[in-house]
Design a protein around this ligand. Structure first.
Ligand SMILES: *[C@@H]1O[C@H](CO)[C@@H](O)[C@H](O)[C@H]1NC(C)=O
Ligand SMILES: *[C@@H]1O[C@H](CO)[C@@H](O)[C@H](O)[C@H]1NC(C)=O
Ligand SMILES: *[C@@H]1O[C@H](CO)[C@@H](O)[C@H](O)[C@H]1NC(C)=O
Ligand SMILES: *[C@@H]1O[C@H](CO)[C@@H](O)[C@H](O)[C@H]1NC(C)=O
Ligand SMILES: *[C@@H]1O[C@H](CO)[C@@H](O)[C@H](O)[C@H]1NC(C)=O
Ligand SMILES: *[C@@H]1O[C@H](CO)[C@@H](O)[C@H](O)[C@H]1NC(C)=O
Ligand SMILES: *[C@@H]1O[C@H](CO)[C@@H](O)[C@H](O)[C@H]1NC(C)=O
Ligand SMILES: *[C@@H]1O[C@H](CO)[C@@H](O)[C@H](O)[C@H]1NC(C)=O
Ligand SMILES: *[C@@H]1O[C@H](CO)[C@@H](O)[C@H](O)[C@H]1NC(C)=O
Length: 456
């Protein structure tokens, strides 16, 4: 009699639960959670840190991509060390790393097939021609989640860094995670360590949320940028902790004539509550690859410790493109070489075909509410001769100087702008205006919605 009263959908759910893993149903029963759940061990993977599991990951994703069309699928990586070569993700898919789960990237270059360079770069970033695969990748995907209980994705980059320094690499190193032409991506509660090169590289993507992510690499490892949104729009980066050998975040949009031709900007980017340590690079860089343009970046409430500079603009003659409508407020900076650093002509070109008349347009860069201590120099501001950086606004800034601080605190060339309430006193190129700098009133709406609470 009691069972007879259960409405039909509930009865079906009960039957499904009996048939499937209990954990899977716990997940599937909540909104946004995946219907199909499998563990990597079901595909023969062994988590001893020695066995190579490339085939297991490929098989798991291929199998789950079939089922994901019906209610989505999750691949669970349980505690253990799971060595594998590069693998691709699929749509309507969650990669779930349990507590104590670590995916280890193979250090054998034979496991990293070559792939085409990015169209907006024309060649690999380190070397001409094709490039090594990215470790975890996906193209033309929608609805992808990488999450769990703070498991680790470990690029084991030391072999790549050694070969890079020894100039033994014929091709460009792979990135730890690269998604191309994809939308509705969430990366949350995961740790990325020791990438061969850049860590997270969303490229030609829309609606990307990266939150609660830890990224760790030795501070002298080469080009281990934390998060590089590249020709991507509506990207939100919140509550991340990044220690790296290069920029903690670098917003990019393609390289010289290739980026100009591809013509896809990075725009509508929100960065909040970032903590950054990067002694030889920036907390947030805009460029230097900015040939498709960078606009509407909003960075706030962030901390940098022992970092070279805060929000740095980098461009180059031959880059073309633009950087505009940039808003920064609420930075707390401890030990900093240059609080404000702009580099008009950064150099580095893909080849000899860059057009020297392709001049970047940099304008509308607002900074306010910045406190910095142990500062060597407040501002090193270099625009481009005959193509100045304009519309720079700096307000409410206190930079307390280091014992060995420079005598000249601001050095400005080819820049124009205004300031208010800035200590030490800025250069004459940045005149006094007395007004606080702008920051947009309304919040940007960036999909996808919040991470669904699922346990797998
Ligand atoms: C991943 O997908 C790309 C195409 O998007 C392909 O070129 C590459 O070979 C795939 N990598 C692996 C490891 O399957
Ligand atoms: C992904 O989409 C882009 C742009 O629409 C297209 O050029 C490319 O061929 C697609 N790639 C794959 C692997 O489907
Ligand atoms: C996640 O793990 C990393 C590396 O072990 C650690 O530094 C970080 O604090 C952890 N994050 C959380 C939220 O526990
Ligand atoms: C602040 O940025 C806006 C938007 O780009 C720009 O129009 C303005 O010139 C900047 N503020 C100042 C005072 O330069
Ligand atoms: C540019 O040309 C010079 C000499 O013509 C050559 O040595 C150099 O390798 C070229 N650079 C690139 C990036 O192709
Ligand atoms: C100036 O910036 C500091 C942070 O450095 C902030 O606490 C303070 O409220 C700001 N003052 C105004 C008037 O906005
Ligand atoms: C101040 O910065 C210098 C490097 O310029 C560093 O060696 C020193 O430890 C820093 N002092 C403090 C108190 O952080
Ligand atoms: C100021 O900047 C200019 C242009 O970058 C440079 O040539 C000059 O040496 C700098 N001056 C000092 C004192 O650092
Ligand atoms: C991005 O997210 C917003 C807000 O959820 C949504 O309106 C928009 O359609 C999404 N765009 C894409 C390309 O998925």
């Amino acid at each position: 009699m009691a069972t007879g009263r259960i409405p039909r959908p509930a009865a079906v759910a009960v039957a499904l639960c009996a048939a499937a893993l209990l954990a899977a149903c716990a997940g599937a029963s909540r909104a946004g959670c995946r219907k199909h759940v499998a563990k990597i061990t079901e595909y023969g993977a062994v988590g001893d840190g020695k066995r190579l599991n490339t085939a297991a990951f490929a098989k798991a994703v291929a199998d789950l991509s079939e089922r994901a069309r019906d209610g989505g699928a999750a691949l669970v990586v349980p505690p253990g060390k799971w060595l594998t070569g590069p693998f691709n993700l699929t749509s309507h898919f969650t990669l779930y790393l349990d507590e104590g789960a670590e995916i280890l990237a193979s250090q054998d270059m034979k496991d990293w097939p070559l792939i085409a360079p990015l169209p907006s770069y024309g060649r690999g970033r380190d070397e001409p021609g094709p490039r090594y695969s990215n470790f975890i990748a996906g193209s033309n995907l929608t609805d992808v989640i990488i999450t769990g209980k703070n498991g680790t994705i470990n690029g084991q980059g030391q072999v790549w860094w050694d070969k890079y320094h020894a100039k033994e690499l014929q091709f460009t190193r792979g990135y730890l995670l690269e998604l191309l032409y994809s939308d509705n991506i969430i990366i949350s509660d995961v740790t990325f360590v020791d990438s061969p090169s850049w860590n997270l590289h969303p490229t030609y993507c829309t609606n990307v949320t990266i939150s609660g992510v830890t990224i760790l690499a030795p501070v002298h490892s080469p080009n281990t940028d934390g998060i590089d949104p590249d020709s991507s729009s509506h990207v939100k980066i919140e509550d991340c902790y990044i220690v790296s050998g290069d920029d903690c975040i670098a917003v990019k949009s393609g390289w010289d004539e290739y980026g100009i031709k591809f013509n896809m900007p990075s725009q509508h980017i929100v960065i909040k509550r970032l903590t950054c340590i990067s002694p030889t690079s920036a907390m947030i860089a805009l460029g230097s690859e900015m040939s498709g343009g960078i606009r509407d970046v909003r960075a706030e409430d962030s901390i940098a410790i022992n970092t070279e500079s805060a929000v740095r603009v980098k461009s180059g003659v031959g880059r073309g493109g633009f950087v505009k409508d940039i808003f920064v407020r609420g930075l707390s900076l401890h030990t900093m070489k240059w609080v404000f650093w702009m580099t008009g002509n950064y150099g580095q070109h893909p080849d000899n075909s860059s057009d020297p008349s392709a001049m970047p347009k940099v304008t509308g860069i607002n900074y306010s509410d910045v406190f910095a201590e142990n500062v060597t120099m407040a501002g090193r501001m270099e625009g481009i001769p005959n193509d100045p950086y304009t519309g720079i606004c700096i307000s409410n800034v206190t930079a307390r100087l280091a014992p060995d601080a420079k005598k000249l605190q601001w050095n400005c060339t080819d820049v124009k702008g205004v300031t208010s309430g800035v200590t030490p006193k800025p250069c004459p190129e940045l005149g006094a205006e007395g007004k606080p700098c702008a920051f947009p009133e309304e919040e940007l709406v960036i999909g996808p919605p919040e991470l669904p609470k699922c346990s797998y």
